[in-house]
Design a binder for this molecule. Structure first.
Ligand SMILES: Nc1ncnc2c1ncn2[C@@H]1O[C@H](COP(=O)(O)OP(=O)(O)OP(=O)(O)O)[C@@H](O)[C@H]1O
Ligand SMILES: [Mg+2]
Length: 392
């Protein structure tokens, strides 16, 4: 894809790594909207790189010689936030020993970046709306209407429309702030190439900083890196790369080494179990999880079937005793040999599932709690399945 030269320049200037279309589009929108006074709302998961965008917007606007003030709305205590943003008059509260200008007054003619805007208390939201609509505000403890000319860029990693639905964020303010929305994509959706580019950049930055050779990924490690979900996005990749760079003496990073640094091997293996966006369901469906576990256990089933076949003369309906699992012969059946059996039998997924449940129940003498634990499903799901397949 042809990327506009100004987008490339912006990336260079702000140290933004990546070539995916969605990231390029976000930069493009920021550049297009920069010369206007429109409010911009930057959204995206934590760690995707939202913080540079308000700077891009400010520095490419006619306000670039004015003040740029970044405010983390989540970090200021509720009791002082109005005073910080809008200022106060001497004596307006205990400790207000002198008049104080707020950020909106100081940034007159410039840009205010409201980070974590979803954290603003409701009364502050009302004051902010007034500034957005008329440029007017009152200092805390004053009834004198003041005017200011600020451009507002806000950012959030929470779903603001959900906050609106829950009554935590004013709907009118939400619409006013998001005149131009810019969405920064999560790392997992940017493609393998971007993940590798970022890794290389962070590895070489770290190598330069600590004067040592950069770490390098072996092919299998690279596959792990590109298929990981990155819930903490670029920030997580950066921290991980730095940690490995500093701790590992061997500069060739294998899959095994890399796995040791990723949070939970289970989570990686069963992505449906991983919590996705906060507004998404934790589980895609219980069925999907069950299938995944079943597929993983496929080899065991095959081995078991083969064994039962040998011992019982092909009648797989015969109850399988727990001891069979540890029967020494099982170790003589290589997995590759067992593999074709399931294809020959052309069992449907449903049949495999039924079979698994039946076997688990038999193994535990009908104790559902233990059977469910064995199948790695909830007891509730097991009850439902037993009913569905009429296994009781
Ligand atoms: N495309 C990128 N290229 C290089 N570095 C990046 C990129 N995106 C993000 N980073 C780096 O990742 C880190 C996290 O970015 P940033 O602080 O902007 O995240 P954020 O979106 O504001 O997250 P949060 O919602 O948690 O505040 C920073 O160190 C930033 O420099
Ligand atoms: Mg941030």
């Amino acid at each position: 894809m042809m990327v506009k030269t100004d987008i490339q320049q912006i990336k260079q200037r702000y140290g933004i790594i990546g070539n995916c279309t969605t990231l390029n589009r976000a930069i493009d929108v920021a550049l297009q909207v920069a010369p206007t006074d429109l409010s911009v709302l930057i959204t995206g998961e934590s760690g995707v790189g939202k913080e540079t965008f308000p700077q891009i917007i400010h520095q490419n606007s006619p306000r670039k010689h004015g003040q740029y003030i970044a405010v983390n709305c989540g970090a200021i205590p509720e009791g002082t936030i109005d005073s910080e943003l809008f200022g106060h008059e001497k004596g307006s509260f205990t400790g207000a020993l002198a008049d104080r200008k707020g950020y909106f007054e100081v940034a007159d003619g410039g840009t205010v970046f409201l980070d974590e805007v979803g954290e603003l208390p409701i009364p502050t939201q009302a004051r902010l709306l007034r500034i957005l609509e008329t440029g007017e505000f009152l200092k805390v403890g004053s009834s004198k209407v003041l005017k200011t000319n600020v451009r507002i860029v806000a950012a959030t990693n929470v779903n603001l429309s959900q906050a609106v639905a829950e009554g935590k964020f004013r709907e009118d303010l939400f619409y006013r702030l998001s005149t131009v929305p810019i969405q920064i994509p999560p790392l997992r959706s940017r493609g393998e190439e971007d993940i590798i580019l970022l890794f290389r950049k962070f590895a070489s930055d770290c190598a330069e900083k600590y004067r040592m050779p950069p770490i390098h990924l072996e092919d299998d490690a690279r596959r792990i890196l590109t298929s990981y979900r990155w819930p903490g996005n670029v920030r997580e990749l950066k921290n991980l790369t730095e940690r490995i760079s500093i701790i590992e003496e061997n500069r060739d990073i294998t899959a095994d080494i890399l796995r040791g640094y990723l949070p939970d091997a289970q989570m990686e293996k069963y992505p449906v179990l991983v919590k996705k966006d906060s507004d998404q369901k934790i589980f895609n469906s219980e069925r999907e999880i069950l299938y995944q576990v079943l597929f993983d256990m496929k080899n065991d089933v095959n081995e078991l079937k083969k064994l039962v076949h040998e011992i019982m003369g092909g009648n797989i309906q015969v109850p399988v005793h727990e001891d069979t699992y540890t029967y020494p012969q099982i170790h003589n059946n290589p997995i590759q040999e067992a593999e074709p059996i399931i294809e020959e039998e052309t069992l449907s997924l449903e049949d495999v599932e039924k079979d698994m449940i039946r076997k688990a129940l038999e193994k535990h003498n009908g104790r559902r709690k233990n059977a469910a634990a064995d199948l790695k499903i909830s007891e509730r799901t097991l009850y439902r399945k037993i009913k569905e397949y009429k296994l009781d």
